[in-house]
Ligand binder design. Structure first.
Ligand code: AMP
Ligand code: MN
Ligand code: MN
Ligand code: MN
Length: 283
């Protein structure tokens, strides 16, 4: 018997101003509640600073909460994201690991600014910095918003498509955390490691198999099956992966702000009913 309220709606992946979201953690909490979410997790990139306010607000408004984080990882030379759910936000191994993961972002942001200046778009470092709610977390999203606001691009997505996408002319590759580190920080903090939006990774079938096997071998537990970053045709693909590898299933909108992205909080369909949801393992 689940301890969670019915009707049930989980949204376990979204962002606030603590990373590259547009709304503060308490505002995201209220929006989740208003939109029918009953189990929520705020999963800012590489940063736990929003967790106290997120949990406190969730408690005040009667929303079940799991603490969360989305860790940037480099695997086989490519960036993947690993979500940690149910982690202790005070855990020293996790907080120290995230601090180091964040530490290269300022220099990288300067380099992105230089590249954009060379491409004829000056002022991007200062512009992106002003848009970042957390000075330790300037992300490509802030550059995309700057390029849009400064009218260099008609919208944020175009900024990614033209300049900021992986391998794009203004993308600065980063060496993020290693996969084994990220999983071990999450496990030390008592949480469950979950592969974020697998459908976004440009891996061959062989690389996907190697990635899923390595993730499991290293102590990873779950995979996002329903996410705002998947198109509906991919839901069945990753439900199949969850069955094949015995992964727990997770779901989340990857909401960053009103008017950004395809899905708002609480707007995705439920997980296929035969899959074991990750929250059952975190009660
Ligand atoms: P960063 O961690 O600075 O590399 O920025 C990654 C963030 O940029 C992601 O969390 C997304 O919010 C956004 N992002 C990455 N790739 C794309 C893309 N192709 N289109 C739109 N947004 C993207
Ligand atoms: Mn993001
Ligand atoms: Mn992500
Ligand atoms: Mn995300």
């Amino acid at each position: 018997m689940s301890k969670y309220t019915t009707p049930f709606c989980a949204d376990l992946h979204c962002h606030s101003t603590v990373s590259d979201g547009l709304l503060a953690p308490d505002v995201v909490a209220r929006r989740a509640k208003e939109r029918g979410v009953t189990l929520w997790s705020l999963t800012d990139h590489d940063e736990l600073a929003g967790q106290v306010l997120a949990r406190q607000t969730a408690q005040e408004i009667g929303l079940d909460y799991l603490s969360g984080v989305e860790i940037s990882v480099t695997w086989a030379g490519k960036t993947v994201h690993i979500v940690g759910l149910g982690v202790d936000p005070e855990n020293a191994s996790l907080t120290e690991g995230l601090r180091i993961t964040r530490s290269g972002r300022s220099d990288r942001a300067r380099r992105i600014g230089e590249r954009l200046a060379e491409l004829g778009m000056p002022g991007a470092f200062d512009g992106a910095s002003k848009l970042a709610g957390n000075p330790e977390l300037i992300s490509r999203t802030h550059f995309g918003r700057y390029l849009h606001q400064a009218k260099f691009c008609p919208d944020v997505q175009t900024a990614f498509d033209r300049y900021l996408h992986d391998g794009g002319p203004a993308h600065e590759p980063m060496r993020w955390a290693a996969l084994d580190q990220a999983i071990s920080w999450i496990n030390h903090a008592g949480g469950a490691a979950v592969i974020a939006h697998p459908g976004r990774y440009e891996f061959t079938d062989t690389q996907f198999d190697a990635f899923f096997a390595a993730f499991k071998e290293l102590g990873g537990k779950g995979i996002e099956v329903i996410t705002g970053s998947h198109h509906p045709g991919q839901y069945q693909t990753y439900a199949g992966v969850a069955r094949q590898y015995g992964f727990l299933a997770s779901c989340g909108s990857d909401f960053h702000g009103p008017g950004e992205g395809r899905y708002d909080l609480g707007s995705l369909p439920p997980l296929p009913s035969d899959l074991k949801p990750v929250w059952d393992a975190l009660v």
